[in-house]
Design a protein around this ligand. Structure first.
Ligand code: CMP
Length: 142
């Protein structure tokens, strides 16, 4: 079925001037962008977004990284969007990311893995609502 997923280009991907290249990959892969914004997250925004990871050993480093520069946050729509976005991102640990995936090409480390994507349709609904109000979602009309 047609789904939406929440995608974030992390500060290292933005710092590499790779926004356009990565958006081109999304579009070539058949995703429709239905919302997008650039944000420099506050610590509170980053901690809230990653609340499920609070207390894990990588949490403080992850939050510090995510607030180190601007991010691009976007909503991608396609058939089976959650899984298809995860496929083109590659494995969370870039050491395991297949050639040709976004993380193989743009990640610097497990934490600085260039891209975030929702891991389920339930997460996608929560994560999309975390960053976008309904009137910021722009379904295509042509
Ligand atoms: P992301 O998809 O943004 O979701 C949570 C992030 O935490 C994940 O990508 C990684 O960047 C980071 N992360 C998860 N597990 C580890 C780990 N074991 N070591 C370092 N970073 C991790």
């Amino acid at each position: 079925s047609i789904e939406r997923t929440l995608s974030i280009l992390k500060p290292n991907a933005v710092a590499k001037n790779a926004i356009g290249a990565i958006y081109a990959r999304f579009e070539s892969a058949g995703f429709t962008l239905v919302a997008a914004k650039m944000l420099h997250l506050t610590r509170e925004q980053a901690e809230g977004f990653y609340a499920e990871h609070q207390g894990k050993p990588f949490f403080d480093g992850l939050v510090g990284f995510m607030i180190s520069g601007p991010v691009m946050v976007q909503v991608l729509e396609s058939e089976n969007a959650v899984h298809r976005h995860r496929d083109i991102m590659g494995a969370t640990n870039p050491a395991n990311a297949l050639a040709g995936t976004l993380r193989a090409d743009y990640a610097d480390s497990f934490t600085e893995n260039a891209v975030h994507g929702s891991d389920s349709t339930e997460s996608a609904a929560r994560e999309i609502a975390y960053f976008f109000s309904d009137n910021e979602i722009c379904p295509r009309t042509r």
